[in-house]
Write a protein that binds this ligand. Structure first.
Ligand code: SAM
Length: 291
């Protein structure tokens, strides 16, 4: 057994757990799981399995279920344990609690009540995917899961179009094909990576443009857990004369605003920059017509 029993101060301990490989857990996380007075988990069966693998006995300590659907009911009990000065360890099913996982309300409530709240950091699929995607990591925006319905998904992607940071999404294998196509149509054919089954036996990273990845999904669909990483706006290496030709063509059929939106999306360029260019071309056209 790697864990040792330690004296823990009363308070709330968020514990990150592996996202695949069981040994991706920190020694401190094991110590906390071995020592906390009370354990709480999003999925008590996964928690028991993890403790078994690492030789940690539950003994007569309570193991409570705490997830999105019972949070309001379960929280008062956990708060009562904190009020009694007990140490409470909480883990979500996999990875870091609160990251697309439960724990936010508990964290706020415990901190607001003045209890000691800490985290034993560890794996999260966000950081693991960023490490492997082959895209810039200096600035990134984690956008969680996109909505299921196409129209809501498109609207959500539109809000991210101008963000000057690498975009990170969680996605399901059922929706990945549609999601990649919607991202391509709104963001342009940016570079991206589909990172699947990270730290597990069938770990796979597919890199390419959004369009290439979408085609790949049709040819060889994927299973398992997925993170999609997409390059930021403005990384397109479009030739200026191609850009101008596309804009002129779009301007012959659309308003300046619509033409800028369509061309900026197609080339993955900032809308404002393309709009300025479109305004200039439109002015040239008007002057040519007047003359
Ligand atoms: N709290 C977790 C974390 O820190 O990453 C995320 C929990 S969220 C409910 C589950 C989603 O995370 C999955 O649907 C998938 O998008 C992503 N994910 C979790 N584990 C993964 C893995 N091993 N490989 C790829 N994606 C993973």
């Amino acid at each position: 057994m790697n864990a040792k029993t330690v004296k823990l101060e009363g308070g709330l301990y968020f514990v990150a757990t592996p996202i695949g490989t069981a040994r991706d857990i920190t020694l401190r996380a094991l110590d906390i799981l071995a020592s906390a007075d009370v354990l709480a988990a999003e999925d008590t069966r996964s928690m028991r399995r993890l403790m078994d693998i690492h030789g940690i006995a539950l003994g007569d300590r309570p193991l409570m279920s705490y997830h999105d659907h019972n949070g309001a009911r379960a929280r008062p009990r956990l708060m009562q344990y904190l009020a009694e000065g007990r140490s409470v360890a909480y883990a979500s099913e996999a990875g870091t609690p609160l990251i697309a996982d439960p724990g936010y309300d508990l964290s706020i409530e415990a901190a607001t009540a003045g209890y000691f709240v800490t985290s034993a950091p560890g794996p999260t699929a966000i950081a693991t995917a960023l490490t492997l995607a082959g895209l810039p990591t200096d600035k990134f925006l984690f956008a969680g899961f996109l909505p299921n319905s196409k129209s809501a998904r498109i609207s959500a992607i539109e809000t991210l179009r101008e963000v000057p940071a690498t975009l990170v999404f969680y996605e399901s294998p059922k929706r990945i094909g549609a999601m990649l196509l919607d991202c391509q149509s709104v963001l342009g054919d940016r570079k991206a990576a589909v990172c699947r089954e990270l730290t597990k036996k069938f770990e796979e990273i597919r890199r390419g443009t959004l369009g290439e990845l979408a085609v790949g999904m049709k040819e060889k669909p994927v299973k398992g857990e997925i993170v999609v990483v997409i390059d930021r706006v403005g990384q397109s290496t479009v030739n200026p004369s191609d850009l101008e030709a596309d804009l002129r063509d779009a301007l012959s059929r659309m308003t300046v605003r619509d033409a800028s939106d369509v061309v900026a999306g197609a080339h993955g360029l900032p809308r404002r920059k393309v709009y300025q260019l479109a305004l200039g071309l439109d002015r040239d056209n008007e002057q040519a017509d007047d003359g």
